[in-house]
Design a protein around this ligand. Structure first.
Ligand code: BES
Ligand code: MN
Ligand code: MN
Length: 458
């Protein structure tokens, strides 16, 4: 199997890269309705490529939002079934001027593919299409494979939940396989065994009924931007960096000393981390390491803030309105809706006299942990051992994939997250990239998951 896979990838790697680059040229930005035609084109592209790879029952399923691409290959109903989940939508590419090359004109430079979506998630999702093609053409597929590729992950997967609930029979499977996370380094393979949940809110503050002259009225009338910054400052303790929302930590599961010891074994250099980011210190919750702070602890961040005069030069104005977008990353067993409620109650209580506050709840998602003592994880670990020559390290990711918790709840199936990106791939940022090594390594590792999972399941 090893030689066959190596040969196949060597023979076809240029095409594998070109097909991915063709998909990267279609700007499937889900957050902006201006791109909805491109979103549809991308769904059609994925469907076409699944068909060429040998999949059957291909369907571009309409939803209230962007379409979901479904396809499968059932070689024998008595064999195990792997359900591949991924997303073809991408984050907005703004700010365009910070890209070294245009985000939707992919280029390969220093053995990396540069484009919006190169890693998140077109590149990683397409590894599965090519791994499947390879196993079909080598006549070596050891299991059934189903694909469910959505177009709304980056906007919270709001239409995927209902789709999954409505199609439990069609999505029946023994394991869900996802490549939409990262690994520690190209020579330190890791498997993602946790995702944080998410509560995303937007707060709107209104002071006076119109913008005012800041000389005539300033000093007497509450300024919503002043109020907003004070209220935001009251959300986190300046010393301990603990979130001050009452009840926020109530359901947080503390790690055992054993689990913390395992995390300490993950290779990590604080100096390198700071150097990469050009910061002279980090700032996180007291008593926890950076790895813990970014994967096993809940957080609160302001993502954007708006209000007042933002044009050139100075304008003396006491604004009528101010707003902010605030995200909270959650860990087991926090519940997204409960946290939204606690936030809204506390935030409103912080409002000074003369300020009206509204809190809107955007998409959310629940946290996930995957046990490592199950055959699903073991199959993945064996696959990495075959292609990397070493055992992978289980790690928890700081990011969120909102649908994953629902998979276990509704489909009663475990999700295995074999991510081949790196944290330095700049996903969601300018100059997003994905290593050619990583892309091809993903393609070569996936078939071993098929193999080991089928064997362990039998
Ligand atoms: N692929 C990412 C999630 C991710 C990135 C997990 C890196 C682990 C490591 C996913 O596409 C994403 O960006 N999710 C969003 C959530 C969504 C609701 C916008 C996130 O985490 O911000
Ligand atoms: Mn993603
Ligand atoms: Mn993303």
């Amino acid at each position: 199997m090893k030689d066959q896979i190596e040969n196949y990838i060597n023979t076809h790697k240029d095409r594998f890269l070109n097909e991915l680059m063709d998909m990267l040229r279609i700007p499937s930005v889900s957050a902006d309705p201006a791109f909805s035609k491109d979103v549809e084109k991308t769904a059609a592209y994925v469907a076409e490529k699944l068909k060429e790879a040998g999949a059957e029952n291909i369907e571009i399923c309409a939803t209230a939002g962007n379409p979901i691409v479904y396809a499968d290959k059932i070689i024998d109903p008595s064999l195990p079934t792997v359900l591949v989940y991924g997303h073809y939508d991408v984050q907005p590419a703004d700010p365009y001027e910070l890209w070294d090359s245009p985000p939707f004109e992919p280029v390969i430079k220093n053995d990396k593919i540069y484009a919006r979506g190169a890693c998140d998630d077109k590149g990683q999702m397409y590894m599965h299409v090519k791994a499947f093609e390879m196993m079909m053409n080598l006549n070596a597929l050891p299991c059934n494979v189903k694909f469910m590729i959505e177009g709304e992950e980056e906007v919270g997967s709001v239409n995927l939940g209902p789709f999954v609930k409505a199609h439990t029979e069609r999505l029946k499977s023994d394991v869900i396989l996802i490549s939409d996370t990262s690994m520690l380094a190209n020579d330190i393979p890791s498997i993602t065994v946790g995702l944080r949940g998410l509560t995303y809110v937007e707060v709107f503050l209104t002071g006076p009924n119109r913008d005012l002259h800041s000389g005539t009225y300033g000093g007497a009338v509450a300024n919503p931007i002043n109020a907003l910054t004070e209220m935001i400052a009251s959300l986190i303790d300046p010393e301990t960096r603990k979130i001050k929302i009452p009840g926020f930590y109530d359901d947080v599961v503390e790690l055992s000393e054993e689990e913390r010891a395992l995390l300490r074994q993950i290779p990590f250099s604080v100096e390198q981390y700071q150097k990469d980011l050009d910061v002279n210190a980090t700032r996180g919750e007291e008593g926890y390491s950076i790895i813990e702070q970014t994967s096993t602890r809940p957080t609160l961040d302001v993502n954007g803030i708006k209000g007042g005069y933002l044009g050139e030069g100075a304008k003396t104005v006491l604004p009528s309105k101010a707003s902010a977008k605030i995200s909270m990353r959650l860990v087991p067993n926090q519940k997204s809706e409960r946290i939204a409620q606690l936030f809204a109650e506390y935030f409103k209580s912080l409002a000074p006299a003369g300020i009206k506050v509204e809190v809107n709840f955007h998409h959310g998602g629940e946290p996930v942990v995957v046990p490592i003592n199950c055959i699903e994880y073991q199959a993945a670990a064996l696959a990495y051992e075959e292609t990397f020559g070493k055992k992978p390290i289980p790690v928890r990711a700081g990011g969120s994939i909102p649908i994953v918790a629902l998979f276990e709840e509704v489909l009663k199936v475990k999700s295995i997250m074999m991510g081949f990106g790196l944290d330095t791939d700049a996903i969601h940022s300018p100059n997003e990239n994905f290593g050619v090594f990583n892309y091809l390594k993903g393609i070569s590792t996936i078939p071993y998951f098929y193999k080991h999972f089928s064997a362990l399941k039998a």
